[in-house]
Design a protein around this ligand. Structure first.
Ligand code: BYC
Length: 472
């Protein structure tokens, strides 16, 4: 069961051949997906051989195989983590009851909406990244981009499987709509804010994989706790793939920081733009932007939706199973931010509607770990500067802080102060133009753009100087 049947048109470990109706629905959706992929997927590289990993098993050990594949021939499929015998619902009003193998009728609408929101982000990110291949800093980075893109495509398949298998005609309509919305489109935008932003250059992309993919990790981990077992099993396997996306972001920004520090040391200057590097001040502004739009993805501090998802047993907390409390949270509180005049304070709020904020707190702590590692790189070069996460209220569009302007240090500002200083804190047009000017493709084996250091090692035991994408 852990192995995946590749003899089928749609590789899967869900016994698809035994469910003719579902198989037909997915076989009808498949060509539409491929049309979308050709139209909106990586631009200009569809006919090239890329050294990609493909899932061949859902076991934690040895689940992937690496080989050259042309992206449209990638074996997208349906993979769920192994079922846990006797699994019960771990939180909310149904705690202790057997996990649902089918959709509980009374929660159908809510569950469908959660799955659609999750599913919508996956193709959105592929659309956002579709032009990046043309300006890659190396073949190694190009390959990692495509790996992420095909896996986001597979994550779309994962959500479409749930919609088609468990939500009948409505589910099939939602599956179609997932291929029709477009990132940044005025008339048919993607559902969540960050997925309608542009990813115009590789610095933005590395920031996106660090900060926005990390929201994915936390949302998927909460959905992996779901009492709806097929969703839980799907998300558990998606998390295995997600780890690589976060690795690309963390090591990618780490490599930019490394290169910047090398240039600063060599030329004894902070102004590495003269040398074709990305100065730390610009990096800080990109961090501020991507972190703040990703914080918005967790929703409002106080949310009855979040309370309902939990009480219904549909979406848990991060690592719900490891927490030692009653897993119902009706009588407990949680500290959330509050605005008192122009001061930001905290107050104890009922725990259930505060669940978005709690998940955001887990996320913030995780984000800080990467900053600590990048700051180690800076310190090793004996440079007395630090990268910082801005205050959670900085540049927010959702929740409490959407109403006010907050500086990176947490001071509440007047509109005039904000307007006068925002160019210090967010990427300016000049920053964007400069970063764009660096985006010249580097495609010789083993060569890297000047603004990013090579990685410590290659992919799957291959050397860094390996032909990760065959362009000839
Ligand atoms: N943009 O009660 P509230 C990933 C809406 S990333 C626009 O506070 P709730 C990935 C909200 O829908 C992970 N609208 O929100 C990463 C609600 O609308 P209604 C994606 C927003 O429902 C990289 C209203 O505002 N997965 O996988 O508690 C590459 C009130 O909101 C936004 C998920 O998000 C926003 N940012 O929480 C590839 C998990 N925020 O009800 C992939 C599934 C809120 O008034 N989704 N609104 O019409 C959820 O769990 C929840 O929908 C959210 C929002 C956490 C997103």
């Amino acid at each position: 069961m852990a192995g995946i049947d590749y003899s089928e048109r749609i590789p899967n470990n869900v016994s698809l051949a035994d469910n003719r109706r579902l198989q037909r629905a997915l076989e009808e959706w498949h060509p539409k997906f491929l049309d979308w992929w050709m139209q909106m997927g990586p631009d200009g590289f569809q006919a090239k051989d890329v050294y990609l990993r493909t899932a061949v098993s859902v076991d934690a050990q040895g689940w992937a195989q690496f080989d050259y594949v042309k992206m449209p021939e990638y074996r997208w499929g349906l993979f769920l983590a192994e079922p846990e015998a006797g699994r019960t619902i771990g939180f909310g009003d149904h705690m202790g009851a057997p996990a649902w193998q089918d959709v509980p009728g009374e929660y159908r609408g809510v569950l469908r909406r959660l799955i659609v929101t999750q599913g919508d982000t996956e193709p959105a990110s592929v659309e956002q990244q579709r032009h990046l291949g043309r300006t890659c800093p190396s073949l190694y980075d190009l390959r990692n981009l495509f790996q992420i893109n095909v896996e986001e495509g597979r994550h779309l398949w994962a959500m479409v499987y749930l919609l088609d298998a468990y939500f009948g005609r409505d589910g099939r309509e939602e599956s179609e709509a997932l291929l029709q919305r477009r990132s940044g489109d005025r008339d048919k935008p993607r559902i969540l804010g960050a997925f309608n932003e542009k990813t115009p250059d590789w610095l933005s992309y590395l920031m996106f994989t660090y900060f926005t993919d990390r929201d994915g990790k936390y949302q998927l981990a909460s959905l992996a706790e779901s009492g709806f077992d097929p969703l839980s099993r799907t998300c558990r396997f998606m998390l295995t793939e997600e780890a690589h996306h976060l690795f690309v972001g963390e090591t990618g920004i780490g490599r930019v920081v490394q290169r910047t520090c090398e240039l600063m040391r060599e030329a004894k200057t902070d102004d590495v733009r003269r040398l074709g590097g990305i100065d730390l001040a610009t990096l800080q502004r990109y961090i501020n932007f991507h972190y703040s739009v990703s914080l918005d993805l967790f929703g409002s501090e106080i949310s009855t939706n979040a309370a309902n998802f939990y009480t219904m047993g549909l979406k848990g907390r991060f690592e719900e199973g490891k927490k030692r409390d009653d897993h119902r949270l009706k009588d407990t509180t949680y500290a959330v931010s509050e605005l008192t005049g122009d001061r930001i304070t905290t107050r104890e709020a009922p725990a259930l509607p505060s669940l978005n904020e709690r998940l955001r707190d887990d996320y913030i702590a995780d984000c800080q770990r990467g900053l600590d590692r990048w700051n180690q790189v800076i310190k090793k070069h004996e440079i007395d500067q630090e990268l910082r996460l801005p205050h959670r209220g900085f540049h927010r569009a959702i929740g409490l802080f959407a109403e006010v302007k907050v500086a990176p240090d947490g001071r509440v500002l007047s509109e005039a102060e904000w307007d006068a200083r925002k160019h210090e804190w967010l990427p300016t047009e000049a920053d964007q133009a400069y970063v764009e000017s660096l985006m010249q493709p580097v495609t010789e084996i083993a060569r890297f753009a000047n603004w990013i250091a090579p990685p410590a090692r290659g992919v799957n035991g291959r050397p860094v100087e390996f032909e990760y994408v065959r362009l000839a």
